[in-house]
Design a protein around this ligand. Structure first.
Ligand SMILES: Cc1ncc(C[n+]2csc(CCOP(=O)(O)OP(=O)(O)O)c2C)c(N)n1
Ligand SMILES: [Mg+2]
Length: 325
């Protein structure tokens, strides 16, 4: 394989490792009380965000959920701004006011981060409607979980996106659980790929543990959305290896199931694939890990050293002057 393929493979691996290591550190920092509030980790699901983001351009729009560190990093957000946001520092991407669930960057067209299950879907439809009205050929990629498909907003959003022919790429991260409720216990039809058919939206199921398969599928679907201006739906089959959030005793699933799923770890699978093709060896992997660790150390130091928002600023952007006064 050519050098380009080698660099590309290592890039994908590095991107997944950046997410994995940042989240492992976040869990430790949570334990130390440095990060507070809600924290939902994406460990196990990295191939979805990384694969998908390769297929989107800077003109495209991304909407994610509260489990969005992976999407934010893969989209190009500075890990220092992510870490500072989780610390609640003023240098965070949302000035420290949102925390882990509210990563946002207008410059990157990364419109959250939302605490509301399925809340991003109508937002994505609105952003796509705006793009259409402005005559801009951009794809609005909307990530959401399997649990979101039970919500009315999911059905309203698919309906309007199809009815008004809007360029939305619906990316369903099916990790088989909505908090402590397994898919077959929360969805009348657990074959989620069938749902969009009710609205005439073309849908496909993808192995979400295979970063190349995700990239390929998203690239193809995004091209169709861009060219035809109509919505598409991908169900990305994945699994979260850690608890739903930091408050979850995981009584709803067996350890054996988690261990079996860990055999499909997207990072391990992909590094083994690179090794088998002669594109990665121990030294190269160690060098990538070192780079990732250095970047992470800088991000944590940045968050540590950053100031809190001054008390006098607390009402800024929260309370507005009444009109007419
Ligand atoms: C409208 C709404 N209902 C309930 C909740 C509480 N809640 C938070 S996460 C979650 C599970 C969502 O599962 P899923 O969409 O599969 O995403 P995952 O956490 O698996 O990534 C629920 C029910 C919420 N945040 N918003
Ligand atoms: Mg889920």
């Amino acid at each position: 394989m050519s050098t380009i393929a080698r660099e590309r493979g290592r890039h994908l691996l590095r991107e997944m490792l950046r997410i994995r290591r940042l989240e492992e550190r976040s869990a430790e920092l949570y334990g130390q009380g440095k990060i507070r509030g809600f924290l939902h980790l994406y460990v196990g699901e990295e191939a979805v965000a990384v694969g998908a983001m390769q297929a989107l351009g800077p003109e495209d729009v991304v909407v994610a959920t509260y489990r969005e560190h992976g999407q934010a990093l893969a989209r190009g957000m500075d890990p220092g701004a992510v870490m500072a946001e989780m610390y609640g520092k003023v240098t965070g991407c949302s000035k420290g006011r949102g925390g882990s669930m509210h990563l946002f960057s207008h410059a990157l067209r990364f419109y959250g981060g939302s605490g509301i299950v399925a809340g991003g879907l109508p937002l994505a439809v609105g952003l796509a409607l705006a793009a259409k009205m402005l005559g801009e050929r951009r794809v609005t990629a909307c990530f959401f979980g399997d649990g979101a498909t039970d919500e009315g907003e999911f059905h309203e959003s698919l309906n309007l996106a199809a009815l008004w022919a809007l360029p939305v790429l619906f990316l369903c991260e099916n990790n088989r659980y909505a908090m402590g409720t397994a898919l077959h216990r929360h969805a009348a039809n657990p074959d989620l790929r069938q749902l969009p058919a009710a609205y005439g939206v073309v849908a496909e199921k993808v192995d979400g543990m295979d970063v190349l398969a995700v990239e390929r599928a998203v690239r193809h679907a995004a091209e169709e959305v861009r060219e035809q201006g109509t919505p598409r739906f991908l169900e990305l089959e994945t699994y979260r290896f850690r608890a739903h959030s930091m408050f979850d005793a995981e009584l709803y699933r067996d350890e054996a199931e988690v261990r079996a799923e860990q055999a499909r770890d997207p990072i391990t699978l992909f590094s083994e694939r690179l090794r088998a093709q002669g594109l990665l060896d121990d030294d190269a992997l160690a060098a990538i890990e070192r780079e990732v660790e250095e970047e992470l150390a800088r991000a944590v130091a940045f968050a540590e050293q950053s100031p809190w928002e001054p008390v006098e600023e607390l009402a800024t952007d929260v309370v507005t002057r009444e009109v007419g006064r």
